[in-house]
Design a protein around this ligand. Sequence first.
Ligand code: UGA
Length: 435
Amino acid sequence: MKIAIVGSGYVGLVTGGCLADFGHDVTCIDKDEDKIEALERGEIPIYEPGLAELVKANVAAGRLAFTTQLAGAVAAAQVVFIAVGTPSRRGDGHADLRYVRDAAREVAEAVSGFTVVATKSTVPVGTGDEVAQIIATTNPSADVAVVANPEFLREGAAIDDFKRPDRIVVGIEDERARSVISAVYRPLYLNKSPLMFTNRRTAELIKYGANAFLAMKITFINEMADLCEAAGGNVQEVARGMGLDNRIGGKFLHAGPGFGGSCFPKDTLALIKIGQDLGSPMRLVETTVSINEQRKRAMSRKVVAACGGEVRGKTIGVLGLTFKPNTDDMRAAPSLDIIGGLLDQGARIVAYDPYGMAAARGLIDTVEYVSNAYAVADNADALVLVTEWDEFRSLDLARIKTAMKAPVLVDLRNVYSHDEVTRHGFAYFSVGRPA
Ligand code: UGA
């Protein structure tokens, strides 16, 4: 099939690369000329494991191309995916649909023959109707079926998530779209990934519902972690014991410093706004957002307490800055709040992240960035493990201890065990586990 993808960001690039890998003929479109030129040279603007190789192989095979010229690529396509950003609108938390609307107008002017226009961007309920309306107004003779096709991939595991999804959700209002979308995803459902058809509004709600529910699940276990600390329990075992119940499931029950990233924070806020606007408030989600905000700052107080109640003039080493491992994304990363809180208290911060430092430098310039975990430990009064990159999982603790001024480890991802770390002579603080 001939497919055009409007927007060559995270979702657009992964979708384009994977659909090309399935044998489709894909063109990824972006307005950013520098980005398209870089992609044509094989340079990927984001760090996502496996993506550079996937793109390169499919470009070489002639199945994947990049362009800034939307009209030609859309005219040739049977399916056009809209995968542009929907950031939080400044001030009110609503999703900003400006890029979706612009894309809809441009696509409307360019389509030729029956075309399925599928929205992959995360959009509020009713956006599909609006996109259909924009297309009909811009080009009354366009023969288009607008589909809601939300994406559920995670950063850092994007290719695997795309190729082996738990489900593919497709919201349609025009029956002709069903066979077209089925052909796009044929390799996936042959591989037993359920293809779920529903109406457009329901599909849009599923996406926000899923993200908000996962954010709530994480927040629930984070509060359980606090309770475990107060009551003397072990949150990892609580999570395991709860998660073995199939009705609950063990995933997304890892306690930590609070959720961050480009999706959960903005999508929970947008869902809250949608609920308020429709007079059907999402109270659990409202509470989730507020608990999570407080939690990220509370983590800096945890570090201060681990340092004996005072960090002024002390050097705190931070391991990991990105909101999760295997990405270079710093958006809404808990590290920003934690570091902010510690700087406010007069600490000096030294930090290292395998892929996040370029983005981090643009956000906080009062941090000293170094090139590996051992340099972070050098003369530090405490180490804080914020992001669970694999390379932090088996650090040479003896070497770290020798390098540090005071052997204090605050492990906000529960990567280490109490026995292992204290055996090396550290004071060890983790999340929701007995000291
Ligand atoms: C999330 C969803 O998981 C995807 O299904 C969705 O497609 C995506 O948002 C999106 O809407 O685009 P992502 O933000 O990439 O994916 O990453 P997650 O793995 O969900 O992690 C989000 C945050 O939750 C991270 O800060 C992570 O550290 C935290 N988290 C996750 C926990 O603290 N505990 C957990 O058990 C799981």
